[in-house]
Design a protein around this ligand. Structure first.
Ligand SMILES: Cc1cc2nc3c(=O)[nH]c(=O)nc-3n(C[C@H](O)[C@H](O)[C@H](O)COP(=O)(O)OP(=O)(O)OC[C@H]3O[C@@H](n4cnc5c(N)ncnc54)[C@H](O)[C@@H]3O)c2cc1C
Length: 455
């Protein structure tokens, strides 16, 4: 697209939306990066939408000028998924109203709200969104567009599986409600759909009752088989509310496998530690802690939910990769990862392991499609600019290994310039259906066009 066309589009946006549209060079540079800090794509204009109507107007004008349109939540993607060169970027963060109805057990969550905002509003009514992600600075629209996983996923599946109903803005200028009962194809095309077919405006999302406090057990494992066996046993018969495994790089070098188990309680008598830990094969318990679920400052009081925003990365590079694998493949990939320490050259949590339960309403674009639970194995290096080329080589090798074991990438991570053949292999039998949805809802290929390569 020529710069005069971009300019004409930006002027049309400024005419209709005033200073919601911005093209100050410093701002554009900020919008050229995501958390990964590996890919830079400078947009032509940014519109910060404050209402569904403003979003529809921005999309209408963008489509009229055949402008590439990128949707941006908190920009926690790591490989440019929310970036597009010369594009109109729709910044969703101001479209963030949250209405909690704990009586009925759901909330209407606007897409630009962070899960932190949602949890704060829900906690005020002693409830929590089901299946909160570990990191809560991401937006509702951002995680529902990739899946959304956390320490409850071993019981609940993905966040995308939970959605009761969505309102979606499409390029034909419509706002459409969709659910398992109505407009099912649109519902399935946007859940874990990386913003390819429409923009999520708001979601009706389930809530659960939240208790005041949380007990956490930190268990040290030395055997990866034992760790994964125990995680799967706790998935088959849950005995606690929260579970994740942190793969820690020790200060003196070497990996430590930690399993964190969490139980919510109001009164201590509700807990049964002996039952929770019985039969588990950990080497030793590192500690037990009781914390408030939520602090008076409005932040999480414990280890299962964390704040980690754009600034927390400190401008370092983050070629992070998560693979979704069946258990036997996860054990092999974990073995590979543990034998290659330099892939994650930083002290502390350098990787993680979660179980994702199979769910009756599984989003079809969340892969792989198997009947049983999946493991998500993540590796989180933070190389300096000097270390980056070497880190990328290692991450490519790790990713090839994960895919060769039948694993699928969690699509928010480092995807390394995938072309149509890699995307087609990733989606497998779902690819043809996804392509047909793309042709139907975005025939000109405008939405998030620098993310998935279709042809
Ligand atoms: C520090 C850190 C911790 C993380 N922890 C977790 C975790 O615990 N669990 C987990 O599941 N993931 C986690 N992730 C990954 C994260 O959930 C994804 O990157 C998610 O997409 C980020 O949401 P966002 O609001 O930042 O979206 P962005 O990065 O802004 O966008 C991601 C993708 O979603 C699309 N998108 C955004 N909003 C919309 C919308 N309203 N409608 C349609 N498409 C949209 C964008 O176009 C883009 O393709 C983590 C990432 C980081 C960097």
């Amino acid at each position: 697209m020529s710069s005069s066309q971009q300019d004409a589009c930006a002027r049309a946006l400024e005419r209709e939306l005033g200073d919601r549209a911005q093209r100050i060079p410093d701002d554009l540079e900020r919008y050229a990066w995501d958390f990964g800090r590996i890919i830079r794509r400078v947009p032509a204009v940014v519109v910060s939408v404050h209402s569904p109507e403003e979003l529809v107007t921005a999309l209408r004008i963008g489509a009229e000028f055949r402008m590439p349109i990128a949707t941006r939540g908190s920009a926690h993607s790591q490989s440019g998924q929310c970036l597009s060169s010369g594009a109109l970027v729709v910044d969703m963060k101001a479209l963030n109203d949250v209405q909690i109805d704990s009586e009925r057990g759901w909330g209407w969550l606007h897409a630009g709200a962070t899960w932190h905002q949602v949890a704060n509003a829900a906690m005020a009514q002693a409830s929590m969104p089901v299946g909160l992600t570990l990191i809560v600075d991401t937006t509702v629209g951002g995680t529902l567009s990739v899946g959304g996983l956390g320490s409850e996923s071993f019981r609940t599946g993905t966040q995308a599986d939970q959605i009761l109903e969505l309102e979606v803005a499409t390029l034909d200028g419509k706002l459409t409600r969709c659910s398992p009962e109505h407009n099912r194809e649109l519902y399935d095309a946007v859940r874990a759909g990386v913003g390819q077919c429409g923009i999520i405006v708001k979601a009706r999302y389930p809530l659960r009752r939240a208790k005041a406090r949380l007990r956490t057990h930190a268990l040290l494992y030395t055997d990866r088989h034992a760790l994964i066996t125990d995680m799967l046993a706790l998935t088959a018969q849950p005995r606690c509310e929260f579970m994740f495994s942190g793969l820690m790089w020790a200060e003196q070098g070497g990996w430590q496998l930690l399993l964190m188990l969490g139980s919510e309680f109001d009164a201590e008598a509700e807990l049964n530690d002996a039952r929770l830990l019985s039969g588990l094969q950990f080497k030793r318990e590192l500690g037990t802690r009781d914390d408030p679920q939520w602090l008076s400052s409005g932040t999480p009081g414990h280890r299962f939910f964390r704040c980690y925003d754009e600034q927390s990365g400190g401008g370092a590079h983050h070629p992070w990769a998560d693979h979704l694998c069946e258990p036997s493949a996860a054990i092999e990939l974990l073995a590979d990862m543990l034998s290659e320490p330099a892939i994650a050259p930083r002290v502390g949590t350098s990787g993680g392991l979660l179980v994702v339960a199979s769910h009756a309403n599984r989003a079809p674009l969340f892969l792989p499609r198997v009947a049983g639970p999946l493991l998500l194995l993540g590796v989180f290096p933070e190389p300096s600019s000097k270390q980056l080329p070497d880190a990328l080589v290692r991450m490519r090798r790790h990713s090839e290994r994960g895919c060769s074991l039948g694993g699928k990438r969690y699509v928010s991570g480092f995807m390394d310039g995938w072309g149509a053949s890699e995307w087609s292999a990733h989606f497998g039998e779902t690819w043809a259906w996804f392509q047909s949805m793309k042709d139907r809802f975005d025939p000109a290929g405008l939405l998030n066009n620098d993310c998935i390569r279709w042809r």
